[in-house]
Write a protein of this length. Structure first.
Length: 192
């Protein structure tokens, strides 16, 4: 908000926060953006948990601090009630849709929001829903371009000697991001 109020003119002001941070720190800034009609876009990473401090529940989890079921707070409804009219909700594991949503809010004049909604893969894995990942690299198709390494995924490694990538099946959560960025279609899913 400081950048917007100071008259920043070199592109759209973007702010990024997680779902937990949205509730404990960002809400006043969103209200202020609507109140002042600031040309700012908020990118909210809604993974249903407070992951950066240990996977505690938050208002989007549906569980309270003692594990009891509670009401899920819907960030999209909250920002709509505040007065945001340009709201996009996307699955961040769908790269093209995410890029399109970001472009739409950047092109919108005034306060806008993209909510990237997908539960934390570690929580899904803990509940046992992600056993036996199916993602693998077809060694015959991998050219060694290293594009998959740019994703920053800790499951993807690179054998410098053989110039080929591989995926650690103990860490992989089958998110599908690497499949989407591989130009050579070397990353795919095993048939069940």
């Amino acid at each position: 908000m400081g950048q917007a109020q100071a008259g920043y003119k070199d592109g759209k002001v973007l702010a990024v926060a997680g779902d937990s941070t949205f509730f404990h720190a960002t809400l006043p800034a969103v209200v202020n953006a609507v109140y002042t009609q600031a040309d700012i876009s908020f990118l909210i990473l809604d993974n249903s948990w407070t992951c950066m401090t240990g996977h505690q529940p938050n208002p989007t989890t549906g569980k309270n601090a003692t594990g009891e079921t509670t009401k899920v707070m819907d960030i999209s409804k909250i920002v709509e009630i505040i007065g945001i009219t340009c709201i996009r909700i996307v699955d961040p594991y769908k790269i093209e849709e995410s890029i399109q949503a970001i472009q739409e809010v950047i092109d919108f004049k005034g306060p806008s929001v993209v909510i990237f909604r997908h539960e934390c893969a570690l929580q899904i894995q803990r509940r046992g829903k992600l056993k036996n990942p199916r993602t693998f690299i077809d060694r015959d198709k991998c050219t060694g371009c290293k594009q998959c390494l740019n994703l920053g995924c800790p499951t993807i490694t690179f054998d410098k000697k053989n110039k080929i990538a591989s995926i650690d099946s103990l860490l992989c959560v089958d998110c599908g991001l690497c499949n989407q960025i591989c130009s050579f279609r070397a990353i795919t899913l095993k048939e069940e």
